[in-house]
Design a protein around this ligand. Structure first.
Ligand SMILES: Nc1ncnc2c1ncn2[C@@H]1O[C@H](COP(=O)(O)OP(=O)(O)OP(=O)(O)O)[C@@H](O)[C@H]1O
Length: 245
């Protein structure tokens, strides 16, 4: 099988949460008082080497704060590593922050076009797909409305409809999807099952070990930013459970 994702010695440092209370006045004062301290940083991904082949379904498990979402964000290019390289061949659809790339002021139709192009589809392709995307998202009546006029559930449905219609080579999922209301949830699950049956490469983060065991042949156990174990899902889950209990 051909390699589709490769991470070589990837590390990422991030500012710690305290930095979010960053205050310019306080910083200037601390400078004048000679008390300035450099922003604290934390190593959230620590020297990761990883290879994923085309068509593999890979589950990522680990405790809260282990770095699972961060790893997905590095793979789809939302975050850049501080050190090391991330190589991805083919198109990638991150179902992570659904709708994060939308422009609220622009109509739904324009956003479908932009979002699809951002995910790697051509303009022509997106023109042809618009109808089925609006149909799946159940947003035909909103085609000309600005995205800011949609509810948050509608925005998530639109994001999901575009990202899955575009049929990427690699699908990235953070937690098992729970988009929209009950009827949409069922519909989105059926669409996800099609991806599973397909040759798509899938990376999924989940706290449901049962789901990972049933749906993925391979699993990665992350612990404090490092890979603790990688291999057959059932084996990795066993060693994770043994360590946790
Ligand atoms: N925007 C951010 N800025 C700074 N640090 C962050 C940010 N987001 C997450 N972190 C830190 O990065 C580390 C890894 O977080 P991440 O969200 O990847 O963990 P996770 O394994 O997905 O956790 P969970 O299971 O709780 O979703 C944590 O220490 C977290 O505090």
């Amino acid at each position: 099988m051909s390699e589709i994702i490769r991470l070589d010695d990837v590390s990422l440092w991030r500012r710690t949460q305290e930095e979010f209370s960053y205050d310019l006045k306080k910083t200037l004062l601390s400078f004048t008082e000679g008390k300035y301290q450099k922003p604290a940083k934390k190593l959230v991904i620590d020297s990761i080497n990883l290879k994923i082949d085309a068509g593999e379904k890979v589950g990522i498990i680990g405790a809260n704060g282990a770095g699972k979402s961060t790893l997905l964000k590095l793979i789809c290019g939302i975050l850049k590593p501080t050190h090391g390289t991330v190589k991805v061949k083919g198109s990638i659809s991150p179902l992570i922050e659904l709708g994060a790339g939308f422009d609220g002021e622009l109509p739904v139709l324009d956003n479908i076009l932009m979002y699809g192009i951002m995910l790697g589809a051509s303009r022509q392709d997106m023109h042809e797909r618009t109808e089925s995307i609006l149909d799946f998202a159940e947003l035909k009546d909103y085609a000309h409305a600005p995205v800011k006029a949609l509810s948050s559930g509608m925005v998530a449905r639109l994001g999901f409809a575009i990202a899955t219609d575009v049929k990427p080579d690699i699908l990235i999922l953070d937690e098992v999807l729970s988009v929209g209301d009950e009827s949409f949830k069922r519909k989105s699950q059926r669409r996800m099952e099609e991806f599973w049956e397909d040759n798509s490469t899938i990376l999924v983060v989940s706290h449901s070990l049962e789901f990972i065991n049933q749906s993925c042949e391979k699993a990665i156990w992350l612990n404090q930013g490092k890979i603790s174990d990688v291999g057959r899902a059932s084996d990795v889950i066993k060693s994770y459970i043994n360590q946790v209990i």
